[in-house]
Ligand binder design. Structure first.
Ligand SMILES: Nc1ncnc2c1ncn2[C@@H]1O[C@H](COP(=O)(O)OP(=O)(O)OP(=O)(O)O)[C@@H](O)[C@H]1O
Ligand SMILES: [Mg+2]
Length: 323
């Protein structure tokens, strides 16, 4: 199914100050151009808050999550009697899962099944390639990196060990790419660069959003091409970024993820040779250097799927009971 022509619905929420309506996805991002203070770009990160300030109004977190789930239900043509599986990070305990479940009820989905993201991803893989041996799920997303060791046990698929990095994700790589050209532009006009990095007016905030979108798109293009350009707003300039230079920026982040993966395997009491697979999921695992570095460091060819950012959602259909 598609949301505004894309398989992925950005989880951004924007509250219309006039009507109080909560808009989701691309509509939310679009309206935020004019009123960015009413936007919450990452509701998942607010799971521990009771409410989020959107413009002048505090909105309960469950309302934000319910708005996203309602949008999904609408686009999917949801009818009573349909069943849903929601996935969440493996380390989310009962209180966080309860908030998600409440939001699902609020969105009209009834009682939903809940599955940990790595279990869903592993279930998808193990259905295609059954194995009793453990699988490592390497999930490199936008906000975080998570490595989990998943295996069949008497109680079904279980996460035997998990480790994560909350400061290593695609957004952190974007920030490092943006910082890499700082010297060039502060050299040209320091106050103008300051406006782009620390915007105080709505014009500058808009410029910053556009800049970060350019950086993200430029980075993503480098997974497919050898060189890319990024438009620098306010400076009205174009900067070129090559694959090699980008890899220099991304390498320390990826090295940290490989180390964490190695440690998760040790935590679970295994060695790399015991594993059925190292499964790459999450959009940031598309960076070609990821598979290269894992192969080199662990001496095993990782398992790559065609659309790694959808692997958790697709796999969730293979997890019937709560996991
Ligand atoms: N071709 C690509 N090359 C490099 N990075 C990419 C590519 N495509 C997507 N990404 C990055 O993947 C990230 C989004 O991945 P994903 O959808 O798995 O994250 P998420 O599940 O929303 O985040 P998290 O798991 O951290 O909560 C973004 O940072 C995006 O820039
Ligand atoms: Mg994710």
């Amino acid at each position: 199914m598609l949301f505004d022509g894309s398989e992925i619905l950005p989880s951004a929420i924007w509250r219309d100050p006039a009507s109080g309506e909560l808009l989701t996805g691309r509509d939310a991002l679009h309206r935020a151009q004019a009123a960015p203070e009413s936007l919450e770009p990452n509701p998942k990160r607010c799971i521990d808050d009771t409410a989020v300030l959107l413009g002048a109004v505090e909105v309960p977190v469950a309302d934000l999550l319910a708005a996203i789930l309602r949008r999904v239900a609408t686009e999917a043509g949801w009818t009573d009697g349909d069943e849903a599986v929601l996935t969440c990070p493996a380390e989310w305990g009962p209180p966080r899962r309860a908030i998600l479940a409440a939001a699902a009820r609020q969105a009209g989905l009834g009682t939903v099944a809940m599955a940990a993201e790595p279990i869903a991803a592993a279930a998808g893989l193990l259905r295609r390639a059954p194995s009793e041996a453990p699988v490592v799920v390497y999930d490199f997303g936008a906000g975080t990196f998570d490595a989990s060791v998943v295996q069949h046990t008497a109680a079904g698929l279980q996460v035997l060990a998990g480790r994560g990095l909350t400061d290593v994700g695609g957004l952190d790589i974007d920030a490092a790419v943006a910082a890499s050209i700082e010297q060039v532009y502060t050299g040209r006009d320091r106050p103008l660069w300051q406006r782009l990095t620390h915007p105080e007016t709505s014009v500058d905030r808009r410029a910053r959003r556009q800049w970060m979108q350019e950086v993200r798109a430029g980075k993503e293009a480098l997974s497919r091409t050898a060189s890319t350009t990024m438009f620098v707003p306010l400076f009205d300039d174009e900067t070129v970024l090559g694959r090699e230079e980008f890899e220099g920026i991304a390498r320390p982040f990826i090295a940290a993820t490989v180390e964490v993966t190695r440690n998760a395997i040790v935590d679970a009491g295994f060695a790399v040779r015991d594993l059925a697979a190292v499964l790459l999921v999450g959009g940031s695992s598309r960076i070609p250097l990821v598979a290269t570095m894992i192969h080199r460091a662990l001496d095993v060819a990782p398992t790559v799927v065609e659309r790694p950012e959808l692997a958790v959602a697709a796999g969730s259909l293979q997890v019937p009971a709560d996991a």
